[in-house]
Design a protein around this ligand. Structure first.
Ligand SMILES: NC(=O)c1ccc[n+]([C@@H]2O[C@H](COP(=O)([O-])OP(=O)(O)OC[C@H]3O[C@@H](n4cnc5c(N)ncnc54)[C@H](OP(=O)(O)O)[C@@H]3O)[C@@H](O)[C@H]2O)c1
Ligand SMILES: *[C@@H]1O[C@H](CO)[C@@H](O)[C@H](O)[C@H]1NC(C)=O
Ligand SMILES: *[C@@H]1O[C@H](CO)[C@@H](O)[C@H](O)[C@H]1NC(C)=O
Ligand SMILES: *[C@@H]1O[C@H](CO)[C@@H](O)[C@H](O)[C@H]1NC(C)=O
Length: 278
């Protein structure tokens, strides 16, 4: 089992700085992406433009965030400016089961996201929550892969039992499970289960939606490395071979959150952070 995990979650270097995780579909997913929840309009557009300029090559959005249009505009402006090409970028979006309800509507939502983001394919689409006919919604995503609209599909907010339940009907294994992970919620059980199944894990709210940025334990560790508490929280996810998606609309923070590939935490520091679990 350990060997399978190492084989499926092989770390590879795509650029000088940012490592990526190889998904069970064969595609590479950059280990850091920009989160965009609770960001809309001009601020999210500017944040995505700044992030792409800084070097981010992975953006996390969702149908329910109501910002796919602005995210798409930012991407196309930076492609137009020669900053990147579409194929250099990994775009994740999500379908909200309460609204999608059926496989057919789920597929229609994928078309809507493609149109809003103004792209011909999506890198990853997730079932946003394990609720409201989510097995049907997942079927719609499997069809989207068949139609080459989406490269990889996955799930979000699924625990061990919910993954095992979906397993009874999935034809394609999810490539990713996106769940809440930060030092005060280490999610060992779900992460281990996903590792065993060869499902990569993205940790969302890596800064506890901002609550951890002044945490004294993280700040003290950061001081030793000339890094902030936020950078320590993010680095901890990188060292667990997770994908991390900090959100910010502040250029200074977007830059700071990206500067986590020039230091490593010691084994003891990783354990101290792990033990902050509430
Ligand atoms: N699948 C799901 O159900 C789900 C649920 C929640 C989140 N997510 C995803 O995960 C992403 C991240 O989670 P999140 O939005 O909850 O929050 P987060 O990334 O844990 O924290 C974001 C907050 O921290 C601030 N911040 C960011 N970097 C900072 C820094 N270096 N120093 C100081 N403050 C900093 C941001 O400020 P400013 O923005 O004001 O600059 C913002 O208030 C979301 O945006 C979304 O893409 C997914
Ligand atoms: C949509 O993408 C095309 C290139 O694929 C680009 O020419 C066009 O400007 C984009 N539209 C918007 C609204 O960004
Ligand atoms: C769940 O999906 C089935 C099959 O597509 C559909 O017949 C049913 O109406 C859906 N349930 C809800 C609550 O929408
Ligand atoms: C500490 O980090 C800051 C901000 O990244 C940087 O400007 C400074 O040169 C660093 N100091 C040392 C001693 O590395």
């Amino acid at each position: 089992m350990k060997v399978a995990v190492i084989l499926t979650l092989t770390l590879t270097i795509v650029s000088a700085k940012v490592p990526s995780i190889k998904l069970n579909t064969g595609y590479e997913m950059p280990q850091i992406g920009l989160g965009t929840w609770q960001a809309t309009g001009d601020p999210v557009k500017q944040a995505v433009k700044d992030a792409l300029k800084i070097g981010y090559r992975h953006i996390d959005t969702a149908w329910i965030y109501k910002n796919e249009k602005e995210v798409g505009e930012a991407i196309h402006e930076q492609i137009g400016a020669g900053i990147l090409k579409r194929e250099d970028l990994f775009i994740t979006t999500k379908v909200w089961p309460k609204d999608a309800k059926t496989a057919k509507k789920s597929l229609e939502t994928v078309h809507h996201s493609l149109q809003q983001l103004n792209v011909t394919y999506l890198d990853l689409v997730l079932v946003h929550r394990p609720a409201d006919n989510y097995t049907e919604v997942y079927k719609g995503l499997e069809e989207a892969v068949g139609q080459k609209l989406v490269r990889s599909i996955g799930i979000s907010n699924f625990n061990k039992a919910q993954i095992d339940s979906l397993k009874k009907t999935w034809k394609m294994k999810p490539a990713v499970n996106q769940i809440e992970i930060h030092p005060t919620l280490n999610q060992d059980d779900t992460v281990n289960h996903c590792n065993d199944l060869g499902i990569a894990v993205t940790g969302y709210s890596p800064l506890g939606t901002g609550k951890l940025i002044k945490d004294p334990t993280l700040a003290a560790i950061g001081k030793k490395h000339n890094k902030s508490a936020a950078q320590v929280a993010l680095r901890w996810q990188i060292e667990r071979h997770l994908i991390t998606i900090p959100k910010s609309v502040t250029k200074k923070y977007i830059q700071e959150d990206f500067e986590i590939f020039d230091f490593t935490l010691t084994k003891d520091e990783v354990k101290t952070i792990h033990d902050m679990h509430a």
